[in-house]
Design a protein around this ligand. Structure first.
Ligand code: NAD
Length: 363
């Protein structure tokens, strides 16, 4: 069992990483000195797959366990659902020494984490992420929260878990589309980390798609270690944590212009990464032919490399603070070299527009 360390100003916590680790959850929890009850919060899909085994893992370690199942999907990340869950926890007599265990993807992790951070002003939290995105990204770093109708992730807090149990074998039941969503973030970490990681992904991408654990586990580990390192320096997102937004400014523009339906988050980030790398080549003369290599890697992974069905002008407009397409300027994360991100880069509006047009032209 690999044990990594989350280390922030507010908390130190272990991240256990191993195939099969989820089904040792109770033993891992008690090994950290915890004794209280556990309430597993999960969604309807994940409940069908893993809830019984995870419940058993807690009871066999002598931990009393209950479960709450929410509907699968982003709609569960709401204040209305949170309110329902607070009452459920109260009815179950959950108190300060007890813990919430988030068993699911980023939706469950964000919602259950938010509940844990606010119920009785904070109770224990175990994250057991079950999607690739949640294993490499959302379960690490302590950002928890819910959506409001006006905006996503607008209400929440920073609340580090007491323990994360990352079990890559759980990814085997994930639909291919969901796996590919997470791969967009893995590619982001590779660009942030350096040539070695990028090359490993380029040469082993098929192993990832086939979920060969001997390949997937070390890849997931690299992503977690990168994020833990960034978060330990900048838990509250005032500075360096912004590197994690590589690809996300153009990506967010694409998601918004496509009304969150034309492109999924991962697909939009893939296109955003391509734009960021091309702009990095222009501004920093980024060496190593990474735009071409990235384009081919994204294609091999099943991620888009060409923008279709959205007017590039609409993307520029959503990225412009005053909504005038010709007055767009962007504060982007770029790469000076691979593995050397630079935050707060002001990009010439004309260059940004050109690169968004180029995405639409496909090359
Ligand atoms: N807190 C953060 O730092 C952070 C970072 C990135 C994203 N997020 C949030 O994460 C959310 C997206 O997370 P996601 O992509 O994991 O989506 P998700 O949680 O909706 O899961 C995607 C789908 O996969 C199903 N599923 C989960 N695990 C499965 C498994 N092992 N096998 C089969 N099906 C499984 C789920 O039921 C769901 O239908 C968004 O709400 C986003 O805002 C948070």
């Amino acid at each position: 069992m690999i044990q990594l360390l989350g280390n922030t100003r507010t908390k130190e916590y272990p991240v256990f990483l191993n195939s099969g680790a989820a089904f040792q959850a109770g033993q891992l929890w008690t090994s950290q000195g915890h004794k209280g009850k556990a309430v597993i919060i999960t969604d309807s899909n994940v409940a069908n797959l893993f809830l019984g085994q995870v419940e058993k893992a807690f009871t066999s370690a002598g931990i009393s366990v209950k479960a709450i199942v929410v509907d699968a999907g982003e709609e569960a990340k709401s204040l209305a659902e949170a309110t329902r869950l607070y009452s459920e926890l109260f009815r179950m007599q959950i108190r300060r020494r007890d813990a919430v265990c988030a068993l699911g993807g980023g939706v469950v992790g964000d919602l259950a984490g938010f509940i844990a951070s606010t119920y009785m002003r904070g109770i224990g939290l175990v994250q057991i992420p079950t999607t690739l995105l949640s294993q490499v990204d959302s379960s690490i770093g302590g950002k928890v929260g819910v959506n409001i109708k006006e905006a996503k992730n607008f209400v929440g807090s920073f609340y580090q878990p007491d323990m994360v149990i990352t079990d890559p074998a759980l990814l085997k039941t994930l639909p291919r589309g969901q796996l590919v969503e997470g791969l967009a973030e893995v590619v982001k970490y590779a660009l942030l980390s350096g040539e070695e990681f990028f090359y490993a992904l380029e040469s082993g991408y098929e192993e990832f798609l086939m979920l060969n654990m001997a390949f997937v586990e070390p890849m997931v580990r690299r992503c977690i270690e990168y994020k833990l390192g960034v978060v330990s320096e900048d838990e509250r997102d005032y500075g360096r944590r912004a590197v994690l937004n590589l690809g996300h400014s153009v990506g967010h523009g694409i998601e918004t212009a496509g009304n969150y339906t034309a492109y999924s988050h991962g697909q939009a980030v893939a296109l955003g990464l391509l734009a960021a790398v091309r702009i990095s080549e222009e501004i920093f003369s980024l060496s190593g032919d990474y735009a071409a290599r990235l384009e081919s890697l994204l294609r091999l992974l099943g991620l888009p490399t060409r923008l279709e069905g959205i007017d590039p002008g609409a993307i520029r407009a959503t990225m412009s603070s005053d909504k005038k397409a010709d007055d767009v300027s962007a504060n982007m994360v770029l790469l000076k070299e691979i593995g050397e991100p630079v935050i707060n880069c002001d990009v010439d509006p004309a260059l940004l527009s050109r690169e968004i047009e180029r995405l639409a032209q496909g090359g």
